[in-house]
Design a protein around this ligand. Structure first.
Ligand SMILES: Cc1cc2nc3c(=O)[nH]c(=O)nc-3n(C[C@H](O)[C@H](O)[C@H](O)COP(=O)(O)O)c2cc1C
Length: 165
């Protein structure tokens, strides 16, 4: 199995983080991976807010309490859809999904843990993030050094998923 296939296979959602800071160059590499995702007509409708300050992490953590991930992760990347940049709602949202997966895989490849938190168009969260009028929150991705190594979750076998014609 090559490195890409292994990363796809071995990435897990990590929900518990060490307090160790994440090196800025690793965050940069994760953002780069997001930037290189495919998008319809190459519109690149993603925008990122990197949440690092103690103050913002706590404010966000009070709104998104799930497993205390946001408050405890040293960094959270909020992925926004810029509706002015996009051209087709479904395709724009699909592109954002590709962008998020790139970032999760990049984090994993750098020895970091991350989790996709499905928080979409939450006005209170958007206010804390300072999103613009034409931007919509698509997901939050807390990132840090993993304090757990979750077992793989089951996947349906291909025999249930694939039809050949
Ligand atoms: C659209 C989407 C929304 C998700 N929302 C959450 C969430 O709100 N909280 C959470 O803990 N995990 C969330 N996850 C992570 C999934 O629970 C996880 O990917 C799935 O259980 C498979 O586990 P794995 O990522 O470790 O393979 C989300 C994943 C996706 C793709």
């Amino acid at each position: 199995m090559n490195e890409v296939l292994r990363a796809i296979r071995e990435r897990r959602s990590v929900r518990s983080f060490k307090t160790d800071p994440v090196e800025p160059e690793k965050i940069e590499a994760i953002l780069e991976a997001g930037r290189w995702a495919p998008s319809g007509k190459n519109t690149q409708p993603w925008r990122f807010v990197v949440v690092e300050s103690q103050e913002k992490r706590e404010q966000l953590g009070r709104l998104v309490t799930q497993m205390d991930m946001i408050r405890t992760a040293p960094v959270t990347i909020a992925v926004l859809l810029d509706t002015k940049a996009g051209y087709d709602r479904i395709k724009d949202v699909q592109a954002i999904g590709a962008c998020a997966q790139n970032m999760l895989l990049a984090a994993h490849s750098l020895g970091l843990g991350a989790c996709w938190i499905g928080r979409v168009r939450d006005e209170q969260v958007e206010r804390v993030l300072g999103t613009k009028e034409h931007e919509e929150l698509m997901m939050l991705i807390p990132i840090g050094y993993p304090a757990e190594s979750p077992a793989p979750k089951e996947r349906k076998p291909l025999s249930e998923l694939v039809r050949r014609i």
